[in-house]
Design a protein around this ligand. Structure first.
Ligand code: DC
Length: 230
């Protein structure tokens, strides 16, 4: 990061899928008046494109060759919420479909894909105060973030939360299926060679197993306030 970044504040929140990152990050971004950047949504948008165009998400060369055609854009609506555009089409809703998760995980393993997205993510942090969540924000994307939090919860707790979320969305799945997919994604995300999920040395770990949303939010805001005094 260069000197011009220093005026802006960055809060990096990393952790495995289903740990509550996005709900918590969105909420604290609102409280603090920062921009919330959901980086998983970017990988999901690429995954969505591969699925729609019958490209094997595990085929790095094919995915890389397709990237310039995607016209990937992140925009923010009047509601302040992040929208993902794919060739001008708003795909914010469909990238949440359960079948997009494994495609997103597969495309995110390619170093070329990650390199392609790096500048897009860094520019958002240069131009805005951000709460950015993902897997490699504190380690790779924003290594000089003002606050780094590594958010975790037990796999069973994460599967339980995800099951409720899918039920609310009207796309229910069984606990066993969800738990198996969480295990699979955890393995993919932590074992890939390119920017694997790991806790940055200077990150604060927050385990939300057994904590309510409010309690998790309070704990997170406490960590932030210690490092970014109001
Ligand atoms: O957080 P999520 O489930 O929406 O992320 C989708 C996939 O993208 C997930 O398998 C991990 C990957 N990802 C990543 O590799 N790096 C990020 N910064 C964010 C997500």
């Amino acid at each position: 990061m260069t000197g011009e970044n220093h005026a802006m504040k960055a809060i990096a929140i990393d952790g495995p899928s289903g740990a509550g990152k996005s709900t918590l990050a969105r909420s604290i971004a609102k409280t603090l008046g920062y921009l919330y950047v959901d980086t998983g949504a970017i990988y999901r948008t690429i995954g969505c494109f591969t699925r729609e165009n019958r490209i094997d998400p595990k085929d790095e060369a094919a995915v890389l060759a397709a990237l310039p055609r995607l016209r990937l854009e992140i925009t923010y609506g009047a509601d302040g919420l992040q929208h993902m555009l794919l060739r001008g089409r708003d795909v914010t809703e469909e990238i949440r479909l359960p079948e997009m998760s494994l495609c997103a995980s597969a495309v995110s393993a390619h170093p070329g894909v990650r390199a392609y997205l790096l500048e897009m993510q860094r520019r958002l942090a240069r131009e805005n105060n951000v709460v950015m969540d993902g897997r490699d924000i504190g380690t790779v994307v924003l290594p000089e973030a003002d606050v780094k939090v590594f958010l975790t919860a037990s796999p069973e707790e994460r599967a339980r939360r995800r099951m409720l979320e899918l039920e609310e969305r009207g796309t229910p799945q069984s606990f066993e299926t969800i738990l198996r997919e969480i295990g699979e994604r955890d393995w993919n995300d932590t074992h890939r060679a390119a920017a694997p999920l790991r806790q940055a040395e200077d990150a604060v770990a927050l385990d939300t197993t057994g904590l309510s949303f409010r309690q998790s939010e309070e704990a997170l805001l406490r960590i932030i306030k210690e490092r970014i005094p109001a």
